[in-house]
Ligand binder design. Structure first.
Ligand code: WT7
Length: 654
């Protein structure tokens, strides 16, 4: 189907500012700008209305919103089930036979697997019964370690049906990372597969899983057979998915959950070496997922939505599972890699499956742009009507390339700012309202409030750079805590400006009134190719190498990945060499997985430190970014900085 309507118009007075066309405004679910003022008058009443209209509740809540800083609750006393909202209510309507998920496969000659809402409903019910038969019930944690196959969604929804919080772990994470997440959550069941295909070759995932579960709380491992490769088998502990499913009953009554009961735990990197188990609750998450999916991506029944995020990240949770299924959308779930069998793979999928709404990361856009336009020219992309990005700041060139080359200048580009902690998008332009401005995410989602503060906590006006915070009432999808670690919850988010102001860790400025430009992390969290890494975690892994005495890891600018980790290393023994650098890198990849690979190892005799002996990452950060070093009086050994300048090839930008 060809879409000939132009969906955006440029503002003649403003270079690079775009607005929705009349056609877009008419079609969009939300195109009335007064929604911002209206929702701001009484955000709680606003969210109550959305909760009522968007979801099925067995019982309405007693208390819409309550704050006991730094904690808060939404819709307490309200009863619902997330899987009921994603499945049961659709199979009672004409959507019963609508395609919910198009699983695009690798190997490439394997046909796509389409699951209708009814197919998915049956699989989820059966799998919930499988989990039940292994003793999983309300409140039990289940770890999921699966690649991008629809069984990942089935497993998650089956957990939700039983009220058992899932903890999905990115399939490229190393066994140690899986193990620490299993241990922290105290999961009793792990769901994984024999292996998966990566660029045509089968990868053995079961081996990783076996290494990880040894000696943990895991009692049962369910293994989906994907590749058919040889795997180790532990009798009584390991079970084949298909064997258990063959005996499972077709219906499982959904557990009636309180709105504030946990839907899932998702681990993310913080400023310490230990990943944080971010807690999301049932009612709040579902409300946020439902309405942000509908309004940001403007999904209608005839749309095909493709969010390219991996299921291991929060974007995969909110916009590959709970959001699109709650609104009854059709979505692509892609198992393969964007450059296999060649660099036109993504555009081929967009054309063949009629993708209309495409949500991806700036790193991928920069990579596509770098590959050259010839890969997209081979494909008809005229069905696309909306584009969106997430995960890291997008630069102007990438935005314009995406807008012009992929979107043909027709499609709004929705730059969505949010975090694992926020559970759903929070700052972005709405497609029916606009404006769409390169490098500017846009406005606070209706019903939420953000500000930019200086270090003393004073709100800043247009143009001034500061720290991004969220003000009360906090969005319903926000985290409710860090699993097993209330201190970490308080320290991370509620100490910078007190327990009534949520601290995001991001720098930002107002580009024009109400419109936020997010400039990136200001703490020791790195965003590398959109993935979130902790400096401390990578440092721990580097220091695990026997020849490393100490190290500091910082994010250096990178043309495609946005930023990339550089590790400054002082050796305890041996001489610096390229070989040793490689060895250290391999060591990190083995400990944490390939996403955490340091780009460079910089051997140094001394690192800048404070009088109390702490390495000054901030100085190293400026060195690798060619930023002014600033005041050096607090450095105990300022001469180290000069040596390092030569080492990194420092050129002061100022
Ligand atoms: C961090 C959160 C949100 C889902 C995926 C990432 C950065 C995210 C944007 C954006 C600039 C962005 C922030 C944020 N970030 N979206 N549109 N513009 N920066 O979730 O892994 O928890 O990372 O990603 O730095 O704090 P996450």
């Amino acid at each position: 189907m060809k879409e000939t309507t132009t969906w955006v118009v440029a503002d003649p007075d403003q270079e690079d500012m775009f607005w929705p066309s009349e056609a877009m405004k008419q079609r969009a679910w939300m195109s009335d700008p007064s929604i911002y003022e209206e929702s701001d008058k009484d955000p709680v009443a606003f969210w109550e209305k959305l909760a009522r209209e968007g979801l099925h509740w067995y019982k309405e809540w007693d208390t819409a919103y309550n704050e006991a800083p730094p904690y808060f609750t939404w819709f307490q006393g309200g009863r619902l089930n997330a899987s009921y909202n994603c499945l049961d209510r659709h199979v009672k309507t004409w959507r019963r036979n609508k395609v919910a998920i198009i699983g695009v496969r690798e190997p490439i000659d394997e046909p796509a697997q389409s699951l209708t809402y009814y197919d998915l409903y049956r699989e989820v019910n059966k799998f919930a019964n499988v989990l039940k038969s292994l003793g999983v019930g309300r409140g039990d944690r289940v770890s999921i370690y699966l690649p991008m196959i629809p069984e990942a969604q089935i497993a998650m929804l089956a957990c939700a049906r039983l009220g058992a919080p899932h903890s999905v772990v990115f399939s490229a994470f190393a066994p140690d990372s899986l193990r620490s997440r299993i241990e922290d959550a105290g999961s009793k069941v792990l769901i994984t597969c024999d292996g998966y295909y990566r660029r045509g070759r089968p990868v053995n995932l079961k081996n990783n899983a076996d290494d990880a579960v040894e000696g943990t709380t895991i009692e049962d491992v369910i293994v989906f057979r994907r590749t058919g490769q040889e795997v180790n088998w532990v009798e009584d502990r390991d079970h084949w998915w298909h064997e258990l499913m063959a005996e499972a009953d077709p219906y499982c009554e959904p557990e009636v959950m309180d709105s504030e009961e946990t839907l899932y735990i998702l681990y993310t990197s913080g400023t310490t070496g230990k990943p944080k188990g971010v807690i999301h609750t049932t009612g709040g998450h579902m409300v946020q997922a439902h309405w942000t999916t509908l309004w940001d991506f403007d999904l209608h029944d005839e749309d095909v939505f493709w969010c390219t995020a991996d299921i291991g990240w929060v974007t995969g949770h909110t916009y590959n599972v709970y959001g699109p299924l709650s609104v009854g959308a059709t979505q692509i779930f892609f198992e393969g890699a964007p450059d296999f069998p060649d660099r036109s793979r993504v555009w081929q999928i967009v054309e063949n499956h009629g993708v209309t709404v495409f949500y991806t990361a700036p790193t991928l856009i920069r990579m596509f742009a770098g590959w050259g336009d010839e890969w997209l020219k081979k494909h008809d992309l005229s069905g696309l009507r909306l584009l969106a990005t997430v995960g890291e700041p997008i630069n102007r060139e990438a935005w314009m390339w995406f807008f012009n080359k992929v979107g043909g200048g027709r499609c709004p580009v929705i730059d969505t700012w949010w975090q694992t902690e926020t559970g759903g998008t929070l700052i972005n332009a709405l497609p029916g309202i606009g404006p769409f401005i390169p490098t500017v995410a846009g406005r606070s989602f209706p019903g939420t409030r953000h500000e930019i503060l200086d270090e003393q906590g004073n709100p800043l006006g247009v143009g001034e750079g500061g720290l991004l915070v969220q003000k009360s009432p906090f969005g319903p999808g926000m985290l409710r805590g860090v699993y097993g670690d209330p201190e970490m919850y308080k320290d991370n988010y509620w100490t910078e400006y007190g327990d009534r102001t949520y601290y995001t860790g991001d720098g930002a400025r107002l580009f024009i009134e109400d419109n936020f430009r997010i400039t990136g992390r200001v703490d020791d969290v790195m965003k590398v190719a959109g993935h979130r890494l902790s400096s401390a975690e990578v440092e721990n892994a580097v220091c695990g190498h026997p020849q490393v005495a100490e190290c500091a890891v910082v994010a250096a600018p990178h043309d495609i990945k946005g930023t990339t980790p550089y590790a400054f290393v002082r050796l305890s023994e041996g001489e610096p060499s390229e070989e040793l650098a490689k060895e250290i890198i391999t060591h990190v990849v083995k400990a944490l997985g390939p996403t955490c690979r340091p780009e460079k190892i910089l051997f140094a005799d001394a690192l800048p430190r404070t009088r109390s002996g702490k390495i000054m990452r901030r100085i190293l950060q400026r060195l690798v970014s060619d930023e002014p070093i600033g005041d050096t009086v607090t450095i105990e050994n300022p001469e180290s900085v000069d040596t390092l300048k030569a080492l990194v090839g420092y050129r002061d930008k100022s």
